[in-house]
Every structure is written in C-alpha cells, then in structure tokens.
Design a protein around this ligand. Sequence first.
Ligand code: NOJ
Length: 740
Amino acid sequence: MPIAIPVSPAEEDAIQQQVETLLGQMTLAEKVGQMNQVDSGGGHSVDRHRHSIQAGQIGSVLNEVDVEVVNELQRIAVHESRLGIPLLIGRDVIHGFKTVMPIPLGQAASWNPELVCECAKVAAREAATSGVNWTFAPMIDITRDPRWGRIAESLGEDICLASALGVAMVEGFQGDDLTSTGSIAACAKHFAGYGAAESGRDYATTNISENELRNVHLRPFKAAIDAGVQTLMTSFSDLDGVPATGNAFLLRQVLREEWRFDGFVVSDWDSVRQLAIHGLTTDDADSALAAVTAGVDMEMAGGAYLHHLPRLVEQGLVDQAVIDELVADILRVKIRLGLFENPFTNPSDLPEIADDHALATARQAALQSAVLLKNDHHTLPLSARQLTSVAVIGPMADAPYEQLGTWIFDGDTQLSVTPLQAIRDMVGGHVDVRHVPAMETSRSRRSDAFDEAAEIAGASDVAILFLGEESILSGEAHSRADINLPGDQAELVRRVREAGKPVVAVIMAGRPLTLTNIVDQVDAILYAWHPGTMGGPAIADLLFGVESPSGKLPVTFPRMVGQIPIYYNQKNTGKPPSPETIVHIDDLGVRAAQTSHGLTAFHLDAGYKPLFAFGHGLSYADFVYHSITTSSAAIRLGDTFQVSAELTNMGAVEADEIVQLYVRDLVGSVTRPVKELKGFKRVRLVPGETLRVDFDLHTDDLAFYGRDMQLATEPGVFHVWIGGSSETELRSEFHIVDGN
Ligand code: NOJ
C-alpha cells in the first residue's frame, strides 16, 4: 500500500502560501536561477560557484559529497543570497552510498519490497551524512533488453514487480517524513520509455505505441507518484519523434493534467541542449524554449535555461506564468524537505557509515537476490563437513570492486567482503580452500592460467567458478551486443569441467547473460548479479546451505541474443507456438510444408522458450503447489475478491519461497498479454509444512488502457495461475461481470 506524503491540506496551504510569498519577491533572474542545476565540478566547488549562488543563479548542485563543502554552499545560499533559498544537493545514490547493496536488478530478484525499502533507507541515511538531500533514483524504466547496460539499474521487465519495488525505494529514500534527518527526495526516472532503446543501445530511439506506453512504461511512474515521489527525471530518448525533454504530451498532458503531479521534473544531464542534437530545435535558446514549454522545471547541467530563459520571457516567447508555475514546483519540494528550517548537515545526527545495520541489510539483500538457476543432482548446498578441499576459480572470486557493480560513485571497496574471503572465513579452518583467479579480468583472452585452474579443480572435491562481468561492462553507455560470458570464460569452464569434479558456477553480472554455451558444462548455477559490499558472506551462506536461495528472476534469460526482446508477458499473436508446432532447424525438410502446420511464432534455431523464465528460481527445499481456488467464480466490477492456493514444502530444509500470481484477460478491446503478474508474496515454510496463500485483488487491478486510451477493467473471462514461476500451470478461472 503506497504511502502518501503525510502533509495535511492545511500544511499544503501553508506551503503554497510560502511559495507564493517567495515568488512575489523573486526577480526573473532569481526564478531562472532556481531552475538551474550545476555540477559541482570536482574540487573547489565553493570558489567555482560562490558568485552564482550569491546572485541566486543556482537552485541545485549535483555531485558534491564533501559535507563541509556542502554546508558552505548552503551557507552561501542561505546567508549570502538575497532571498536565502537553500540548495538541493543531488547525487546518484542508486544502490547504496558507502555500503553498496546489490544492483537494483539484483534487489528486484529478492521480490521483497520491505527489504528493498530498507536498502534505500540505509542508502539515504549514509548519503545524508554528506549533505545530499536528493537522489536520482529509483530508475523504474521497464526494459526487456539485456543488451542495454542500464538494465542493471532497472527493476526488470515486469510492471507489477517494478512498480511495487519502485514504490518501496521511494518510501525508503523519502521515509515517512520528508523533513526528518536521513530522508532525501527520490527521483523516478527516466520519464519515459528509456528502457525501450532500439537493440539495447543506450540513448537510442524508441518505438513505443501510445497503448504500449500507457500499459507498460508509464505504469511504474504512476505508482511512484501515488507513493509521493517528489521528482521525476526526463529520459534522454526520443518518443514518437519528440525527445522526452521536449515532450509536452508526457510532461504536461499525462504528468500534470491526467496525474496531477505536483513535484518537479529535472532534465537528464544536458538533455535540454541535446534537443538540438536530436534535430528538434535549432540552438540552445530554442531548446530552452522547447523544454520549458513542455514542462521541464529544472535543467541538469548545460546552462541553456540560465542563459536563455530571461530573454525568451522578455521577448514574450515564454509566459511569466509558465516560469512561475515551474519555479513553484521546485520551491514546493524544497519546503517539503524542510530545507528552509534545516539547510545544514551535522553527520553526527545520523548513524555511522556502514554500521552493523547497514552491513546486515546489504548481506540480507545479497542473500535474497541470488537466484539458483540450476542444481543438478543436488550439487548444492555443499557440505562443509564432507568436503576436504574446494577449488575457488575465476576472475570474480576475489574482486572487491567488481562485485559492487555499476553506479557506485561513493561505494567503499574497503568494505567489500569477497566470496573467497568469506569462504575462507566460513570453512577455511577445516577445508583446504585453493584459489586460482585464472583470468585477470572477466574480459581477458589469455588462457595461460587455465592449466593451473584445471589442476586445482581436479585435485579438489568441488570446483566453484566465479564468473560474470566486471562492473564496467554494464551501466550507462555500457551496452553489449554479445551477452555471452565475456573473454575466455566459456573456455575456462570447459577446461575445469574436464577435470571431472562437480562444477558450481556463481555468476556476478549486471544483466542476464546468455548462458547456453556453459549451462550443460556445470552442475549448478547461482546467479548473484553484482551483489554489493556483502556479496561474499551471502554467497558463502548459500553455497554451504546456511540459508536456501530464494531469489526469482525479475527478467527473462534468453537462450541467444536473436530472441531479444523475449519476455513472459508477451502478446499471444494469431499463431502462438506450441511444442507440437515448432521444428528445429536440423529437422527441417527441404521444401516448405504445404499445410499450415508449423507456421507459428518461433525461431528455427532457438524455439520460443527462454533459457530461464521470468519468476524462475530454485530452492534447496522442494515446493509443490496445489489447490488453487477463487473466492467467487463471478466477480462484479468494483468488487474485491480472493485467489488462493496451497504450497507444501516437500523438501528437507526450511526455506523462503516467492509465491506468484498471474492472470490472463482472455478477450479485450485491445489484445492482452498471455500472462501478467498481479501479486506476489515471500513466505517461509518448514519441511512438511503446507501453507495457504491468499491474494486479495480488486477488479481495478485488472484495468488496462483500451483503444480509447482510458484505463478500465473490461468484463469477461480471466485465467489465473499461482505458482513459483511464470511457467506455473496451476490454473483456475473467474469471470468479471458488469456491476449493473
Ligand atoms: C545521466 C543519467 O542518465 C542519469 O540517470 C543520472 O542521474 C544523471 N546522468 C546524473 O548523473
């Protein structure tokens, strides 16, 4: 249940009053100053920005994290500028500050909103010690393309999951009182469509129909706004011919008129001036005009607003009222944050950096985000009692920086505990832990150390291969066209396999990798994403069975790149494939068949199924689902209803399981996906236990944008499934009937 920012109507009136009073005192130049965000520029930011702040020409500074410098910048703003308006201090606090949590895509694999909220809370508190009062997170772009480097920063491919976790992050960053120490403003980004960049090339054009935009890409933003997110950031990308930073349909019609958003919108870095590079505008002045007209409140870097807005107003091209409206949005957020009363930071008001709670949260998040993709013959968990030696091999086994992943400007590598260190700490007393990195980096193409790796694998009871991608291979502007394990890692796997011992692969990466070329070479795969500071201990706990893996995939894993985009909630098409209708390229006849048999939507060389489906994730327990029921077979529009199922832990260990509920609306005014996640719950069962899990749904939860672009639930027949992955077959059915 999203929180609304707890501000009463009376308080809102008082805030509006304060905004109007300020606006009444401001010159045009001061107003434009509030709309200008500058980069700190590294060292000497006080000297660099002193005069502009004194002159009221800066509303926000990004990338300054030295608390003394921040306090001095605030002092200048508050005491030396005419109106004393404090600064917003922005920073990309994406998945932790000094203590690094798993990358957002990893956190999404935990399917645990409370934990994700706690991760954001810890990050906010740590960042606040530096005077940061605004983070550029969460990134809630839906993406179905693992080539895109920023998938690491996303919450995956699904609307329901990304919305719930995006809301959790907003709640974590902003807390339940924006004015309290340790609460910082969140920024839902990138509005909108960024995740649909063609072929996953960052910044590339998107092609999204309005129906798809509304039903998929915009939904998490609406959820974040309902949860009280204070700011939004525009996307770098082009949407239907109008780059997002100049897109009035998005920023005015949808955001302000339909959704009544009353926070503010910041451009992405220099994306105002880039409107000219896109070819939408002629020069910087024209770009400032387009962005301001579209409704971008603040420009991040670039200076087009600062340099051109005053003249555009004087020339009558921009109405003063438009400027007032945008400045009011910014001032409102500054007031809500309590910055006028409390502009300065005293780090000792906040918990210590990387305190026990922060590290425990990071560890729990890493633990719950790892996904056990494969576990033949119960290779995992390893038994510390029965082993005498283990070979720890691979470029990611002892790489304190690489395990942190992308966007870790402030991450402290000194805090990282690597898997090698954690395995030694856990079992090193009685198990011989042998280590060969075998590759200098994940990209390395030198195989000289492979002999040694194969040798220690052969001489040990088990080989654990730590594979994946270095941190630098994902993130902004770090897209890949080939998403196999980089470098010679596949060859390393092959060589270690030849040693004849059980092989466990632990993969740390910023995206789903195509694992087809190694999946049959290993006995077990634990997918740990970039797990952050405490990745090592969490992985050791999972490998040695202190805890069972419980993560589930928040995104589909393709067999090969050519399948992309491949996602579970696809449309059915008029020719859906089935095991009976597909044919493999090797079994294909010489001439096309004369019948329609086989003419379905699949690839001759890849079939139609992914390697690992959305929602997939194994456990050391064995969960069996049964007894699905709905509270009523016919549900009236406007009613709530319940869908339930039971699951039994048939295994020998206690474990968490993520129970997932999917629906399919069989007939709609526009075609609907073959399955849509509508609910999930993390539950814990002891061996032998049977649990009934109930999901409360409202018919509004089934609403979608139809041909008329209105959100509505359409009566009709729905299928509903409950299970442990999107491939569950435990199905029931209900009807939605018109309420009248
Ligand atoms: C560009 C990125 O797209 C955005 O997400 C980030 O917040 C800004 N740079 C600021 O670093």
